[in-house]
Design a protein around this ligand. Structure first.
Ligand code: IYR
Length: 219
């Protein structure tokens, strides 16, 4: 085993912690999922750093069981849009329950997904149940949890950079594995368009649950 290395963080004054936490919350609370994207280009370096941030998330046994596919190629975006809309048409026309459609109504979604072609970048998040090595398969652990954590880091990094995202789940997602020629150990879990909001973009008027509805405290 490699020896451990020292780790420390500066001990900040309580007032500074309070300020930092409040500032970060205020910033993150302005994050919204958008569906109206601008086609304005985004620097490649920004996407690279966002992915490095996502990949800094904790993971089971530090296996980092994820792959981020980055798509800006217009032809590939078109193929992904066509395939996603094909699945979504089936979803909206019968695969989703009445209750599900009722729950989605306030979000104004439908089977049309123009943002897949309009947004300058798509990031597809893949999970890897195992890794393929020359000596065989190596198991990964807590894969769903790990990939969920990385996706959370990804969305926070996108927002912090000043961009917007949409956590899109055109199910089933196996068309992404085929189109993007991923190996047999990878499963697509999220399709995330990234970019600037279009001029005049709107979002649903949602409220977030207050602290006392999302937490219990034993003090
Ligand atoms: N995947 C579909 C439906 C959808 C489902 C949920 I849950 C949402 O929060 C939003 C949409 C679509 O993307 O339209």
């Amino acid at each position: 085993m490699k020896p451990f290395i020292p780790y420390s963080r500066p001990i900040l004054a309580e007032a500074k912690l309070i300020e930092n936490a409040a500032n970060f919350y205020a910033q993150m609370d302005t994050r919204r999922t958008i569906r109206d994207f601008s086609d304005k280009p985004v620097p490649r370096q920004v996407i690279a750093d966002i992915i490095k941030t996502a990949s800094s998330a904790p993971s089971g046994a530090h296996k980092q069981p994820w792959t981020f596919a980055v798509i800006s190629n217009p032809e590939m975006k078109r193929k992904i849009r066509v395939a996603a809309e094909e699945e979504e048409q089936k979803n909206y026309a019968g695969r989703m329950s009445e209750e599900w459609l009722r729950d989605l109504a306030p979000l104004g979604t439908d089977a049309s997904k123009p943002f897949i072609e309009i947004a300058p970048y798509l990031i597809v998040v893949f999970k890897r149940a195992y890794d393929i090595h020359p000596d065989g398969k190596h198991k990964n652990y807590y894969v769903n949890e790990s990939v969920g954590l990385a996706a959370g880091f990804l969305l926070a990094a996108i927002h912090q950079a000043g961009l917007c995202s949409l956590t899109h789940t055109p199910s089933p997602m196996n068309f992404l594995e085929k189109l993007l020629e991923r190996p047999s150990n990878e499963r697509a879990v999220l399709l995330i368009p990234v970019g600037y909001p279009a001029k005049g973009a709107t979002v649903p008027d949602l409220e977030r649950k207050p602290l006392d509805e999302v937490s219990v405290w034993w003090e």
